[in-house]
Ligand binder design. Structure first.
Ligand SMILES: [Zn+2]
Ligand SMILES: [Zn+2]
Length: 316
């Protein structure tokens, strides 16, 4: 860590930022080829646009900017850093944070200028350390082995964070504040959601998307998925009453995207609970719940079965 680094613990902590003059990018419609201006302070580089292997957020305030997810590897990170510079020219302090440690979300930080301030939660650092990601094991080995990812992974490293925080944190960018919220262990131990106050925009990472992602990712997280925590995080995200929801992957939406996921998880929990009380086995329950709920909630069968098994383990 650099000398300016500090460890933030406990609840919300405001980070003072010294910066330059803000410039807001001109409004663009959803059909525009470039990044999408979503709200007063938030622009999204959509997955598939240059530099973005997930939906990337750029939040611009009067004193600084925050990039949410940095792309895959230094080449993509440099593209996103350039977009952020264009949206926040001058001496605005550039912050970089990630929804979680998986390479396409965090390893673009190696392409950002040395002056960028890298934020990381303790949970994210635990994920990196426990899975050996910094040494090229686990999910990093997986990505390096993918024919369509290997070139982007060249030179990709996890930078030493400048700021580490535990629990939640609050960043004041000048005229807008961003709340960083611990959501894991869900998709990973270190899942972080981002709420841009005032703009009503929430970035949900891989925790809430239009199609729930598999929840048996034990190889790629420091702590096993907790369905209890995951469901509680979906409820917490709903309490924010967001106007815009930006998942890491797939289409953008509104609060109904989170609620759909919440309703699905609740249904799985309640059904598993009832069947477990009737002394059905885990295999029987996974099969029954998948048959009953996959089509009903339009969730892939494997994801329903995984969720049922996890609830089976966690419920009394
Ligand atoms: Zn992921
Ligand atoms: Zn992802």
């Amino acid at each position: 860590m650099r000398s300016m680094a500090r460890v933030l613990t406990g609840a919300a902590v405001a980070l003072g930022i010294i910066g330059g003059v803000p410039t807001i990018a001109p409004a663009q419609g959803p059909a525009a080829a470039g990044p999408l201006k979503l709200s007063e302070h938030v622009t999204v580089v959509l997955q598939g646009q240059p530099g973005a292997q997930s939906n990337v957020g750029i939040v611009v305030g009067s004193k600084g900017a925050l990039v949410i997810d940095s792309g895959l590897g230094p080449r993509n990170g440099a593209i996103l850093a350039n977009v952020a510079r264009q949206l926040a020219p001058g001496r605005a302090t550039l912050h970089v944070a990630a929804t979680h440690f998986h390479p396409e979300h965090m390893m673009g930080e190696s392409g950002f200028p040395a002056s960028a301030i890298i934020l990381r939660s303790k949970g994210q650092q635990e994920d990196i350390d426990a899975t050996g990601a910094a040494e090229g094991r686990g999910v990093v080995a997986l990505f390096k082995g993918m024919p369509n990812r290997a070139a982007d992974m060249e030179g990709a490293i996890y930078r030493t964070p400048d700021v580490t925080f535990a629990g939640d944190a609050l960043i004041d960018l000048g005229g807008t504040r961003v709340r960083l919220m611990e959501l894991g262990p869900a998709h990973t131990r270190g899942d972080i959601g981002f709420f841009i106050e005032g703009d009503g925009v929430v970035f949900t990472g891989d925790v809430a998307m239009s199609t729930p992602i598999g929840i048996n990712s034990a190889r790629f997280t420091a702590a096993p998925t907790s369905t209890r925590v995951w469901l509680a995080s979906l409820e917490r995200l709903m309490e924010l009453k967001p106007r815009h929801v930006v998942p890491s992957h797939g289409p953008l939406g509104d609060a109904s995207m989170i609620d759909k996921h919440r309703v699905f998880m609740t249904a799985v929990r309640d059904r598993v609970s009832a069947l477990k009380k009737q002394r059905h086995t885990a295999d029987q329950i996974a099969s029954t719940v998948t048959t009953e709920l996959a089509a009903k909630y339009q969730v892939p069968e494997k994801i329903v079965a995984d969720a049922a098994r996890l609830f089976y383990e966690e419920l009394p």
